[in-house]
Design a protein around this ligand. Structure first.
Ligand SMILES: Cc1ncc(COP(=O)(O)O)c(C=O)c1O
Length: 430
C-alpha cells in the first residue's frame, strides 16, 4: 500500500478529502458517483478560464494559447491511455453523449441484420445507445452476456456463444459500477477481433483505479468521464484513427472533416482541458513518488507515459489493500461483533482482489438502502449513497436500492475502519 506520508501528500492535493464545505469532518466514499476535485485541476481550470477565455481560431495570443491548452489536454489523455496521438482523443459533455455520438455514426454503417453484444452488468449509458439502434431498425438486436451470480464475473463462455457473423460491436464496461468487477478486457477484445467486430469499452468506472492501455487492449473505442477522475464534468473518447476517419458522425457542414473536430459538437472549453492536464500531472507525480519500487519495470515506456503506468499500477495495489480491509471488515471487525445480515454483491474472495475495484454494493437485512446510507451519514459522517446506479446488474439482483461505497486514492484505512464501525453499530441496533 502507499506509505503514510504519501497518503498524506495525496490528501493534501484534495482540499476536501477530510472536511466538507462546512469544515466538518467526513469520509468521502461516494467516488463512484463522482470524485472530489483535485486542487490543481480547479486552479488550472480557473486560470485558463480567466487568462485564455478567447475562443479558438484567432491569430491573437489568447486564442492561440487556448488552442495550445486544448492540444496539451488531448496529449495528456493520449499519454494516460497510451494512445498513439492527440488526434485519437475526442472530448464530450459526458460519457453518455459520446457513446450516443459513436453509436449513431456506427448505425449509419449497419443494414438491420447486425447485432451488438454487451453484458448484464453494463451501465445504461452502454445499453440505451445500442438499444436505440435496434429501435431505429439499424441493427436486429442487442445481446447480453450473463453474469455469474456467485462472484459477479462475466460468463465468458456465454459471451463467446453470443458472438456470431452478424456481430458488429462487442461492448463492455471495464469495471462494473455496481459490482466492482473488472472485465477480462484482453480476452473479450480477442473474441471481438476474431469476429471482425468493433470493440468498444466503457472505462468510466475503471479510469481512476488502474492502468488502461488502448494499444495493448486493441480496442477501437474507449470512453471515460473526467468527473470520475478528479476533474470537472465532461468526457473523453479514444478512437482508432482508421475508424475515426471512416465513420460519418452527425456534424454541421462547416465543422472539421477530420478527427477530433469532426466528432465534437461546437467549439471546446479550454478550461476543461487545462483541468484534465493537471490531473495527469498529478498522476505523473504519484508515479515519480513511488518510482523506486518499480526499477526495471515499464521500461518500454518513456518519460511521462512510464510514470503514468507506474502511478496507475501503484494506485491499483493501494486500492487492493483498501478492498481487503473492507472485505475483512464485512466478515469480522477486530474487537467488534461479527457483522450480521450484510450481503455484499460481487466478488468477495480476498485472493482475487486484482479482479475487482474497491466498489462495494451491499444490503443490510431488514433496513432499506436509503436508511443505511442516511445512518452512515448521520452516525458516522460517511458520505455513501443508496441507489440503482443506472446498472443492469441492479435489475439482475432484483433490488430496488442497495448501498454503495467506492474508494479511491485519497481514502484511508482509518476511514474504512470508521465506516465498518458505524455499519456494525447500525447492524446491531436494527
Ligand atoms: C460505468 C459507467 N458508465 C457510464 C457512466 C455515465 O457517465 P456520464 O455521466 O459521463 O455520462 C457512468 C456513471 O456513473 C458509469 O459508472
Amino acid at each position: 500500500m502507499f506509505s503514510k506520508e504519501l497518503v498524506e501528500k495525496i490528501r493534501a492535493a484534495f482540499p476536501q478529502s477530510a472536511v466538507d464545505f462546512n469544515g466538518n469532518n467526513r469520509s468521502f466514499f461516494d467516488n463512484g458517483t463522482g470524485t472530489l476535485v483535485l486542487k490543481q485541476a480547479a486552479k488550472a481550470e480557473h486560470d485558463a478560464r480567466i487568462n485564455f477565455s478567447a475562443n479558438i481560431g484567432g491569430v491573437f495570443d489568447e486564442s492561440q494559447q487556448a488552442m495550445k491548452i486544448i492540444r496539451e489536454g488531448r496529449q495528456a489523455v493520449a499519454d494516460l491511455l497510451n494512445a498513439p496521438s492527440p488526434e485519437n482523443i475526442i472530448s464530450g459533455e459526458s460519457a453518455t453523449s459520446l457513446v450516443f455520438n459513436i453509436s449513431y455514426a456506427l448505425g449509419k454503417e449497419f443494414t438491420g441484420i447486425e447485432n451488438v453484444v454487451a453484458t448484464d452488468y453494463e451501465h445504461y449509458t452502454n445499453v440505451s445507445p445500442w438499444e436505440e439502434l435496434k429501435d431505429q431498425g439499424k441493427i436486429k438486436e442487442v445481446r447480453y452476456a450473463r453474469v455469474n451470480m456467485k462472484d459477479g464475473t462475466i460468463d465468458l463462455e456465454h459471451l463467446k456463444g453470443l458472438i456470431d457473423e452478424n456481430t458488429k460491436v462487442v461492448t463492455i464496461t471495464a469495471a462494473s459500477n455496481f459490482l466492482g468487477t473488472k472485465s477480462p478486457l484482453e480476452e473479450i477484445g480477442k473474441m471481438a477481433k476474431e469476429a471482425g467486430a468493433y470493440y468498444f469499452i466503457d472505462a468510466v468506472h475503471q479510469i481512476m483505479h488502474g492502468i488502461i492501455d488502448v494499444q495493448e487492449l486493441n480496442c477501437d473505442f474507449l470512453v471515460f468521464s473526467t468527473y470520475k477522475i478528479f476533474s470537472s464534468h465532461g468526457s473523453f473518447l479514444y478512437g482508432k484513427k482508421k475508424y475515426l476517419e471512416a465513420l460519418r458522425p452527425f456534424k454541421v457542414k462547416t465543422a472539421p472533416t477530420t478527427a477530433p473536430g469532426k466528432y465534437e459538437w461546437g467549439t471546446r472549453n479550454q478550461a476543461f482541458f487545462a483541468a484534465f492536464s493537471a490531473v495527469v500531472d498529478h498522476l505523473e507525480w504519484i508515479g515519480r513518488e513511488v518510482q523506486q519500487q518499480y526499477s526495471g519495470k515499464f521500461t518500454e515506456f518513456k518519460g511521462r507515459r512510464r510514470f503514468l503506468k507506474i502511478a496507475m499500477d501503484a494506485i491499483q495495489q493501494n486500492e487492493i489493500g483498501l478492498s481487503l480491509a473492507v472485505l475483512k471488515g464485512f466478515e469480522e471487525v477486530p474487537g467488534l461483533l461479527n457483522m450480521p445480515g450484510v450481503t455484499v454483491y460481487g466478488l468477495t474472495d480476498s485472493q482475487r482482489l486484482n479482479e475487482r475495484v474497491p466498489t462495494f454494493s451491499f444490503d443490510v437485512e431488514g433496513i432499506s438502502g436509503e436508511e443505511v446510507a442516511k445512518r452512515l451519514w448521520d452516525e458516522g459522517r460517511i458520505a455513501a449513497r443508496s441507489g440503482h446506479f443506472y446498472s443492469l446488474a441492479q435489475d439482475l439482483h432484483e433490488k430496488q436500492k442497495v448501498v454503495r461505497i467506492s474508494l479511491v486514492q485519497y481514502n484511508t484505512l482509518e476511514e474504512v475502519r470508521g465506516f465498518l464501525k458505524t455499519l456494525n453499530s447500525i447492524c446491531e441496533s436494527k
